[in-house]
Design a protein around this ligand. Structure first.
Ligand code: FE
Length: 391
């Protein structure tokens, strides 16, 4: 038996934030990150709308990028004190992810963080509050997914928490919010969305429902990402919906080793963080060439859906070429060397990264079975920009 779960409601389009004026309830907590949502006036707008609905409000602010267990526990304590029946989270991935975990500990103070690291074992939620997610970026799709990434800074481990209990009740996609993204963020988050859709489509746990969403998302990203990057308003709006479709797909069909490698390399090098979407964009073409050795049909089906013609091999090469073209247009490097990772440090860490990538939650659903040795070879290709995969 399989399961397909989405939020009960998705409000989208111009003035979608106005939905908040109609909420039934007594108290709402709003969880946000840093200053940008405040600066652009969206925090005031949300709070005003909630007040118009007759709700008492409280703000939990300052959720950091890569939110910590500490932040989650503090937020949950604030919620227990205030007693909201609505939890509203707004921002990029981090505040929404943190709020999902706060919600769990608000309703279940007896749970431990370790309990939640076991996938699909969450206690029942919605006894105290329902959850509304308002996404400000167009990539993670956490507004519709069953995932939350929380970092345990004591061990340095980034935990992907997963359970359909934390799939939000309501997602709000108001196109005015992603209009404020800087171009680089548009590029990275857009390529993250493309990776979600492709990995969900080719993965071993794909379903008919996720296939439909993934294919449409892939088509829309290819069609609208370049114009969205240039600042076109309509394209930016369409990308906000496309990434959401990709999220609906991967929340139910899971991901693959592009994500495993992005997770394990993101914070590894002394030269600085590799932004998640940028890492995915760099790795995706190499992983397609690697995975096609196990299964060509699914990647070829994507190409055919996009109108490509020829043998499966020719179609996959065209698809890979198209992704490389997009990376170039969006200012994304071809390989990790070009990104600026030092060769000595790469050589020193590559085998350790390869070993750890085996344990990543995204590895089991990858279409080709991997070993630490294969991961290491693949990472070498990705570092040196060697496109031919002969293993
Ligand atoms: Fe991602």
């Amino acid at each position: 038996m399989q399961r397909f779960t989405l939020p009960r409601d998705i409000y989208f389009g111009e003035n979608a934030l106005d939905y908040l004026k109609e909420l039934d309830g007594k108290k709402a907590v709003l969880v946000i990150g840093g200053g940008s949502m405040k600066r652009f006036g969206f925090v005031d707008k949300v709070l005003d709308n909630l007040k118009e609905a007759g709700l008492e409000t409280k703000l939990i602010e300052g959720v950091e990028p890569d939110p910590s267990v500490d932040t989650v526990m503090k937020g949950a304590a604030t919620m227990r004190e205030f007693g909201p029946d609505w939890i509203v989270a707004m921002g990029g991935g981090s505040p929404i992810d943190a709020a999902k975990a706060m919600w769990t500990f608000y309703e279940h103070p007896e749970a431990t963080f370790e309990d939640l690291t076991v996938p699909f074992s969450f206690p029942k939620l919605r006894q105290k509050a329902k959850f509304i997610a308002i996404s400000s970026t167009s990539g993670t799709a956490t507004e519709v997914t069953s995932f939350s990434v929380i970092t345990d800074y004591k061990t340095g481990i980034k935990w992907p928490l997963a359970d359909f209990e934390i799939t939000p009740d309501v997602a709000i996609l108001d196109p005015s919010i992603p209009q404020t993204m800087p171009p680089k963020l548009v590029a990275y988050t857009g390529m993250d969305a493309l990776t979600h859709a492709i990995e969900a489509y080719v993965g071993t746990t794909h379903q008919p429902f996720t296939d439909a969403l993934a294919l449409d998302a892939i088509k829309l990203v290819f069609e609208y990402l370049p114009d969205s990057y240039k600042g076109d308003k309509k394209a930016r709006e369409t990308m906000h919906y496309a990434q959401c479709e990709a999220g609906m797909a991967f929340s139910n069909a899971l991901l693959g080793i592009v994500h495993s490698l992005a997770h394990k390399t993101g914070a590894e090098f002394s030269t600085g963080h590799i932004p998640h979407g940028c890492a995915n964009a760099i790795y995706l073409p190499y992983v397609i060439k690697f995975n096609e050795k196990a299964d060509k049909t699914r990647y070829a089906a994507i190409g055919k859906f996009l109108g490509m013609k020829g043998t499966d091999e020719e179609i996959i090469d065209e698809l890979v070429g198209k992704i490389r073209d997009y990376n170039k247009k969006l200012g994304i490097p071809h390989d990790l060397k070009e990104f600026g990772i030092k060769e000595d440090e790469f050589k020193e860490k590559v085998s350790e990264i390869a070993t750890r990538a085996m344990d990543d939650a995204c590895t089991p659903s990858n279409p080709r079975k991997v070993t630490p040795e294969l991961f290491e070879k693949l990472l070498n290709n990705i570092y040196y920009g060697k496109e031919e995969i002969d293993y």
